[in-house]
Structures are given as structure tokens and as C-alpha cells.
Design a protein around this ligand. Structure first.
Ligand code: CAA
Length: 290
């Protein structure tokens, strides 16, 4: 598959990442299908896309007609067969559970010709394992976008054990078409960014647990001391504490290295349902915000 052949992209999952990726592909001019298991999740995906774009309209950075065009290029659906129909590239962004991802890929494969490239947006799971569950391990690659996908420039392009060099070249060229920068990463738990970023966030929970500083001061220290746009807790609340915990569990399980042990406080917050902005409460409480 050559990047010039791509006319339609299918995105499986309409959560924060799926909707963001669908938006990026549509903004680059591609026809897009965005699929989720229930219509309410598809509708929520469209809301995630339209909301921030309408803010850009208010700021005079886009017209309402441009927003309508971005949305119109995206076909929302709950049907996998119709979503993948005519697509040259399928990007999966469903929750970070290996069995669920394999199941979704099996469904997609039933309706996809063999030349279609499969890309997973997993943030830490094994591309090789997912690829091995399909009949196209050489045309299976990781394309890891960052949240918010329409804003963040980077995509990690992950080479699984059987990913062909043609597929890597294809994925990198496609990132350029999206206006993104790609870095090629050999498969390893957490890849590059999450291997560095998530343990830093995890350690912030340990600092908080030890009473070394308040959450506000830990965030302030990292923002003013390292020029991060968000402190570790603001970022954890933004990306989801469950996502952070899943990544730490993967790093710990795959390496057996104690330096990746999830913080007990992070685990406790997740158990309490304090997942961050999406549940109204994480490290901080958002229920009182406008
Ligand atoms: N679509 C299009 N444009 C958008 C947008 C969207 N969904 N969301 C924001 N924007 C635009 C805004 O319109 C604005 O544009 P202008 O500068 O042209 O006005 C710009 O992006 C900045 O947005 P805001 O002004 O609303 O907000 P901000 O300046 O406070 O920035 C932020 C918000 C970009 C999220 C910034 O705080 C940031 O970069 N935070 C760190 C994010 C980060 O580290 N992400 C990676 C997380 S790790 C991860 O994702 C990996 C994983 O696997 C868990």
C-alpha cells in the first residue's frame, strides 16, 4: 500500500483518542469512518470534535462552514463492516485491553482485503501480540498519537517483530500527510514517551503519598521548573488516571523492574473511580468548575 492510495481511513473507537484521530484525518482531507459499539459513544465522539473546533470559530481561527466540512467527512457508525468498507487504513483506538483489541481486529479482518494496513494507537501494549492474532502481521504497525491528537505534533510509529519496512515507510508518510512528525520506535513496553512520562507521573503520586509537597506545589514545581505546560497531576487528570495505571501495570509486568511499580495512591484513586476530568474527580475536583 502506498500513501497516495489512501482515500478513506477507518477509526475504531470514538473516545478521546479515536475522535481526535478521526478529526485529524478528516482535516487532512480524507474520508473517515468513526466506529464505536453504541450510537451514544459515536455521538459523544462528534461532540468531542465539534466542541473545540467551535471555540476556534469563536476566536476567528476557523469558519463554521470549515467545521461543518470536517464533521461531514466523518461517517459515524456502530457497524464494523460498513466502517472498514473502502478503507485503505484502519486505526484502532479502543480501550487498552489486549483481548478487546484482538477481538476488534478479528471483526475488522473479516471485512478487510489483505492489503489494508492495520495500525493500533495502543499506548503501551504489544504490537507484535496484536499483529500475531491477525493474518497480516507484516502490515500491522503501531501509530501512537498523543492527547489531544489534533494539537500534539508527535506520532510514535512502532515496529512490531514482523512489521515490514514498507509498512513502516507507509505509516511515516501517512503521518506527514496528517501534518504530524513521526519517530520510529522498536517495540518496547511504553515505547519512548510513556516509558519516560508515565513513571514521572507515577512518582508524583509517591511524592504526594509521602507528604513531600502538596499536589498544587508538585504541579507548580514541574511547570515552573521544567516548562511543562501541565504539571504531572494536571496531566494525569487530563489523560485519565486509569490510563496511567494501565501503562504502569504494563511496564511493571513486562520488565519485572520495581522502578515501574504503580504507586499505591494512583491505584487507590483508580479504585475509587477518581479517574480525572472524565469522571469529574481525579487528583483535583472538577465538579465545581463551570
Ligand atoms: N482541535 C483543534 N484545535 C484544538 C483542539 C482540538 N481538539 N484543542 C485545542 N486546540 C487548539 C486551540 O484552539 C488553541 O489554538 P490556538 O493556539 O490557535 O488558539 C490551541 O490548541 C491551544 O488550546 P487551548 O488554548 O484551549 O489550551 P492551552 O493553551 O491551555 O493548551 C494543551 C492545552 C494543548 C492540552 C496544553 O495544555 C498541553 O500541551 N498540555 C500537555 C499535553 C500532553 O502532554 N499530552 C500528552 C499526554 S500523554 C499521551 O497522550 C500518551 C498516552 O498514551 C497517555
Amino acid at each position: 500500500m502506498q500513501v497516495e492510495d489512501v482515500k478513506k481511513v477507518c477509526v475504531l473507537g470514538a473516545g478521546a483518542m479515536g475522535a481526535g484521530i478521526a478529526q485529524v484525518c478528516s482535516q487532512a482531507g480524507y474520508a473517515v469512518a468513526m466506529r464505536d459499539i453504541e450510537q451514544k459513544f459515536v455521538d459523544a465522539g462528534f461532540k468531542r470534535i465539534r466542541g473545540p473546533l467551535m471555540k476556534r470559530v469563536e476566536k476567528g481561527k476557523m469558519t463554521a462552514a470549515e467545521v461543518d466540512a470536517v464533521v461531514a467527512r466523518i461517517q459515524g457508525t456502530t457497524d464494523v463492516a460498513s466502517a472498514v468498507k473502502g478503507a485503505q487504513l484502519v486505526i484502532e483506538a479502543v480501550p487498552e485491553k489486549m483481548e478487546l483489541k484482538k477481538q476488534v481486529w478479528a471483526e475488522a479482518e473479516r471485512s478487510c482485503p489483505p492489503e489494508v494496513v492495520f495500525a493500533s494507537n495502543t499506548s503501551s501494549l504489544s504490537i507484535t501480540e496484536m499483529a500475531a492474532s491477525t493474518k497480516r502481521p507484516d502490515r500491522f504497525v503501531g501509530m501512537h498519537f498523543f492527547n489531544p491528537a489534533p494539537v500534539m505534533k508527535l506520532v510514535e510509529v512502532i515496529r512490531g517483530s514482523e512489521t515490514s519496512s514498507d509498512t513502516i515507510a507507509f505509516a511515516k508518510s501517512f503521518c506527514l500527510k496528517l501534518g504530524k512528525e513521526a519517530v520510529e520506535v522498536r517495540e518496547a513496553p511504553g515505547f519512548v514517551v510513556n516509558r519516560l512520562l508515565v513513571p514521572m507521573m507515577n512518582e508524583a503520586f509517591n511524592l504526594l503519598l509521602e507528604g513531600v509537597a502538596t499536589a498544587e506545589d508538585i504541579d507548580k514545581a514541574m511547570k515552573l521548573g521544567t516548562n511543562m505546560p501541565m504539571g504531572p497531576f494536571e496531566l494525569a487528570d487530563f489523560t485519565g488516571l486509569d490510563i496511567g495505571l494501565d501503562t504502569m501495570e504494563t511496564l511493571f509486568r513486562e520488565t519485572g523492574d520495581g522502578k515501574f511499580r504503580p504507586s499505591p495512591l494512583l491505584r487507590q484513586y483508580v479504585r475509587a473511580g477518581r479517574l480525572g476530568r472524565k469522571t469529574g474527580k481525579g487528583v483535583y475536583d472538577y465538579t465545581a468548575s463551570p
